[in-house]
Structures are given as structure tokens and as C-alpha cells.
Design a protein around this ligand. Structure first.
Ligand code: S2G
Ligand code: ZN
Length: 474
């Protein structure tokens, strides 16, 4: 278990007293002030980042959240904001003894305006539950990710989640219309609104996307949702080279056009790792160097099926793919997606894991994996899967045990390589505690100073999520 506090010292925040706990109990009820058996809250999803905390508070409303934060601001009590705790960079995990404020009980309100496709929902509602409620009305959440069964919509916004259908539906910046934020002073602020077009001032709600709890607690979200596609189809291709993968992406864009929804990559090493650790088999009988998973979302199954089959035929005919198949049933589609969505689970079973989530210009996307393999040789196993259509690589490295030497050299190597090749050190997972030492990479001093000032506006005592994405000192 690794704590990233090696180079950190605890800020001069208050230590929790029994009178603080009594105040919290009076605010949220004693059942929702947890002081023991809180490992689920103090440890992250990868189980590699673990902190400690005096208590977990689980308010049921915006108002209770405001009361808590007003009190914590006054007492200078440090707070970690936590939603579904599915994050991968330890953003919701305490580093010293910050209290944890969980949004899990802020999950009562859900209102869909069917004519406009605008949804207002409480931040603690789980993504899969929101999508299920929308399905019966013919709508769909515009994002989907592996953690859908436990991530909450407020956490998705705060993390700036991307997921597997961004290629078709765009990022959260395309869908967020407004939100309710309780800032670091406990002030309840309505940001933005519910109109798809409102250009009357700064788009303040969008500041919360990727804010990682630094500016406040999102307690309610208003966003556009999308018509549920009538036809969802999938195909998988086996490919022998990365350059062919890129040519297939261009082919998919031209042949599938507006119905292309996902274009995911699994490299050969990752597929072997999946087969080694999970009860799922490759859909092809032979191993290949790359696998592409393509999903279409459309309104006419025959039309879409024709386009997808033509695409697969052309991929094979032009010898861009060594093998390829379109899913002929929901089971086959689910199998294809399990291979991709469970790649992270297989990698996590493969040993001590060093996870990356980088954006790169497509010509460099896979070179990073090759360079990392060359650098590490037999010291580690290197896997690559990700959203090729978005230029987002999930490079994952594993070793049999935690390797301090490797850890010291790996992140600097990867992040410097990424930034020097025009990429971003975090495409969708954020900074949290895992990447805090690299949070300024590629940013100008002026922008860093502006970000710190904005943090000061929303959280003047800097009690929210200290030691992470935004430096605590002015
Ligand atoms: C993905 C989530 C899991 C991971 O699979 O697309 O964003 O381990 C990731 O990277
Ligand atoms: Zn991803």
C-alpha cells in the first residue's frame, strides 16, 4: 500500500475533536457519521492508495453539505470530497487525516424534461441507474465507462470523465448545462442553468468539470441527454500493425461516419493478460498484435448493419485487418466489450500496477508503449489499451512487487515523453494524488497562478482536497 505523502507535510488544519463529531452528528444524523470500518472510503479502487480519516460524513442534501462545509471552513478542517470512489488517481482518498464527505446519499431528485432532453439529477445518483431510468423514456446518458455501476454523476463531472462513447457524443463539456455547487465557504451556488443555449456570462458551470473537489461539492447536475439509439452494433478486428490501426480508424470515420460511436484498442499483450487472469477468451483463435473494438449507434439496424459489414469486408479486403467479425447477438457484443472493459481488471491482477491515462497525437499513441517496453525490458510487463479514437492511451505497467527504483524513473519518463510529444499527462482520470508532482507540466506560470487564484475564490481557506490537483499555498 503506497501513500504519496513521502514528500508532503500535513497542512496546519485542525484535528477533529469530539465536539466536532457531535456537530456533524447533529447535522447529518449519527448513522451518517462513520468513524470505524471505513476502509472502503479510505482506500482507492486500485487498493494501492490508502489514507486514514477521523470520520466519513454522508449528508443527504445540498443544505446539509453546506452546513458541514461552513463549519469546516470556520474550524479549518480539511475535507476530501468523495462520490463513487471509482477514481484511479487517489483524488478521493485522504492523505493524512482529512475528513471524507461522501455524496452517496444525495440521490433523490431525478427530473427529465422530455421535450428538450434536459435532465436535472442529484449528484449522488449512480451513472448506470441514471441510464436505466432514461432508457424507458428513450434517452441515454451521453457517457459510459467501465465504472458505470458505482460511479456517480457528480463524481463524473468532478473527474471530467471521458469513457467509451466520447467519440460519438462528445465530452461532458458538450452536455453540462448547470450545477449546484457548495463551495469551500459552505455557500450554495447555482452555476449555469438548464438551457442548451445561454450565452449571458462566463460559463461558470464548466469550471466544475475536472475540478476534482477543489472548488466545492457538486450536489446537483443539469445536463443534456441523448436519444437512445435504436441500433447498437459492434465489430472486432484483429490487426498486425499500429499503422494499420490508424488506417482503419480513417476508414471507420469515412465508412461509418455519423454512426461511429467507439473505436477502442486492445494490444496483443493486454489480450494475453486478460486471458491469463480472467475467464474470458479472445474471440479470435489466433493471437494478434492489436485488436480494435468498433461500436456504432444509429436509428436503423438494417442500414447500420450494412455499413458495418461493408466496413469489415473492406478492412479484410484491403488486408488492413488479419481477421474481423461483426457481433451477431447481444451476447457476442457483450463478450467483445468485456474483453475491453475488463482489461483494467486483468492488468490489476497481473501484479503491482503503475497506471497511465495519457492523450497523444495519434502518430505517437503507440510509440509510447514501444519506448516503455524498450526502456523496461524484462523488469516489467507493459500493456496498452484505450480509446484510440480519442487519442487516449491507458498504458499500464506491472511488476511482481512494488519496485521503488522503477517507480522513481517510470512516471518522469512517461510524462516527460508525453509532454515532449505534444500530449497530456491525463486524458480523463485527472491528477488526484498520483500525478500531483506533474500537475504543472506543460502549463504556463500565468495559467498556474490563475488556477490558484480561482481556487482561492471558491475555497479561500483551502480546506477542500488539499495536497492534490491545485497547490494549497497561494
Ligand atoms: C478505461 C478505466 C480503467 C483503467 O478502461 O477506459 O478509463 O484502468 C479506463 O484505466
Ligand atoms: Zn478510459
Amino acid at each position: 500500500i503506497r501513500s504519496a505523502t513521502t514528500s508532503l507535510t500535513r497542512g496546519n488544519f485542525a484535528k477533529i475533536s469530539s465536539s466536532d463529531l457531535s456537530f456533524f452528528e447533529r447535522t447529518v444524523g449519527s448513522s451518517y457519521v462513520k468513524t470505524k470500518d471505513i476502509d472502503n472510503y479510505t482506500c482507492d479502487w486500485t487498493k494501492q492508495m490508502k489514507g486514514s480519516s477521523k470520520c466519513v460524513l454522508i449528508p443527504s442534501s445540498t443544505e446539509e453539505t453546506s452546513t458541514i462545509l461552513k463549519y469546516c471552513a470556520e474550524k479549518r478542517i480539511a475535507v476530501v470530497v468523495q462520490a463513487g470512489n471509482t477514481g484511479l488517481v487517489g483524488g478521493a482518498t485522504p492523505l493524512f487525516d482529512e475528513i471524507i464527505l461522501s455524496t452517496s446519499r444525495i440521490n433523490n431528485n431525478f427530473h427529465l424534461e422530455e421535450s428538450s432532453g434536459v435532465l436535472t439529477l442529484d449528484a449522488g445518483i449512480i451513472l448506470a441507474d441514471a441510464d436505466y431510468l432514461l432508457a424507458e423514456k428513450g434517452f441515454m446518458m451521453p457517457l459510459d465507462l467501465g465504472a458505470k455501476g458505482s460511479c456517480q454523476i457528480g463524481g463524473c463531472i468532478a473527474a471530467g470523465a471521458g469513457g467509451i462513447r466520447l467519440l460519438r457524443y462528445g465530452s461532458l463539456h458538450s452536455h453540462l448545462l448547470g450545477c449546484t455547487l457548495v463551495d469551500g465557504k459552505g455557500t450554495i451556488i447555482k452555476l449555469g442553468g438548464s438551457l442548451r443555449k445561454d450565452n449571458t456570462s462566463l460559463h461558470t458551470a464548466h469550471l466544475t468539470i475536472g475540478s476534482e473537489g477543489q472548488l466545492g461539492v457538486i450536489t446537483s447536475v443539469t445536463m443534456g441527454v441523448v436519444p437512445r439509439p435504436i441500433s447498437i452494433l459492434c465489430a472486432m478486428l484483429a490487426v498486425s500493425s499500429y499503422s494499420h490501426c490508424l488506417r482503419l480508424l480513417s476508414l471507420a470515420r469515412s465508412k461509418l461516419g455519423e454512426i461511429l460511436s467507439s473505436f477502442e484498442l486492445i494490444d496483443g499483450e493486454t489480450m494475453k493478460c486478460v486471458e491469463r487472469h480472467l475467464p474470458i477468451k479472445n474471440i479470435f483463435n489466433e493471437p494478434h498484435d492489436f485488436y480494435l473494438l468498433i461500436e456504432t449507434h444509429g436509428s436503423n439496424g438494417d442500414h447500420d448493419g450494412e455499413k458495418l459489414n461493408e466496413f469489415v469486408e473492406e478492412a479484410l479486403g484491403a488486408e488492413l485487418a488479419e481477421d474481423g467479425v461483426a457481433a451477431h447477438s447481444e451476447n457476442e457484443r457483450t463478450h467483445m466489450w468485456r474483453l475491453r472493459e475488463e482489461s483494467p481488471i486483468a492488468a490489476a491482477k497481473d501484479g503491482y500496477i503503475y497506471k497511465f491515462d495519457v492523450s497523444l497525437p495519434l502518430e505517437h499513441f503507440y510509440r509510447l508503449t514501444e519506448e516503455t517496453r524498450k526502456k523496461l525490458g524484462t523488469r516489467a510487463r507493459v500493456y496498452c489499451y484505450g480509446h484510440l479514437g480519442d487519442g487516449n492511451s491507458h498504458l499500464n505497467v506491472t511488476t511482481d512487487g512494488e519496485d521503488e527504483e522503477l517507480k522513481k524513473e517510470l512516471s518522469p519518463f512517461v510524462y516527460n515523453w508525453v509532454v515532449s510529444h505534444g500530449g497530456s499527462i491525463s486524458a480523463e482520470h485527472g491528477i488526484g494524488q498520483l500525478k500531483r508532482d506533474y500537475r504543472s507540466l506543460g502549463k504556463s506560470e500565468e495559467e498556474i497562478s490563475l488556477i490558484r487564484s480561482l481556487k482561492g475564490v471558491f475555497d479561500p481557506h483551502r480546506i477542500l482536497c488539499p495536497y492534490k490537483m491545485i497547490p494549497s499555498q497561494e
